[in-house]
Write a protein that binds this ligand. Structure first.
Ligand code: DX5
Length: 215
């Protein structure tokens, strides 16, 4: 199997939202994806932004929509219409297998890849019903809702297990990822890293992103 390229996806949650376009432009030459944290204030405590804001962003980067919402089925169409490259929903928000499969099918039919996310307290087994079907598994390394939180180490065991069972699966990690934790994530088997405060808090964003690639 060819070495899977490591994807770096800056998360705009930690960007200066009053200057969002400049912030995106500042990382665009160095990043692979752009992660958009959509939060509804119900599934997670925070409210962030939705399709109207995302529609304003001018970028060539593939948009990676992370739906931290209680009812992802209601949000999919608007992000497909914007041209999302990937849409990830949370296993904790969609319990039933048939509903999960329906969402995956809808996302794919709309031209995007489909991901499922698990929070740190959620077992990998709980998504065993769709791991063969999805394009991306997102293993959260923080409790979702806020940027700048510390990395939760124990989730790495889920990454190791998923990688050994699914050598070709895109495994994304998100939360507390910086130049120190990135190497642990890659060693465990992650090949897609989301990072917010480490990148947007850096004065030299090119260096920050490249330091994640060195991992
Ligand atoms: C947390 C979000 C993460 C967060 C990452 O709920 O899903 O994407 O923005 O931010 P850092 O990298 O600062 O932990």
């Amino acid at each position: 199997m060819p070495e899977q390229k490591l994807i770096i996806a800056p998360s705009i949650l930690s960007a200066d939202l009053a200057h969002l376009q400049e912030e995106v432009s500042s990382i665009e030459p160095y990043a692979d994806w752009l992660q958009i944290d959509v939060m509804d204030g119900h599934f997670v405590p925070s409210i962030s932004f939705g399709a109207p804001i995302v529609r304003c962003i001018q970028t060539a980067l593939p948009l990676d929509i992370h739906l931290m919402v209680s009812n992802p089925a209601e949000r999919i169409d608007e992000f497909l219409e914007i041209g999302a490259a990937n849409i990830t929903f949370h296993a904790e928000a969609v319990a039933h297998t048939e509903h999960r499969k329906e969402l995956i099918q809808r996302i794919r039919a709309g031209g995007a890849t489909a991901g499922i996310a698990i929070n740190p307290e959620t077992s990998l087994d709980s998504v065993g019903d769709v791991l063969e079907e999805i394009d991306l598994l997102l293993v959260m390394s923080v409790h979702p809702g806020f940027g700048g939180q510390p990395f939760i180490e124990h989730v790495l065991s889920n990454v190791r297990t998923a990688r050994s069972a699914f050598p070709d699966l895109m495994i994304q990690m998100d939360g507390g990822i910086n130049k120190d934790t990135a190497s642990e994530c890659v060693k465990a088997g992650a090949n897609n890293l989301v990072s917010g405060s480490f990148i947007f808090g850096a004065s030299d964003r090119k260096m920050a992103i490249n330091s994640l690639r060195q991992s």
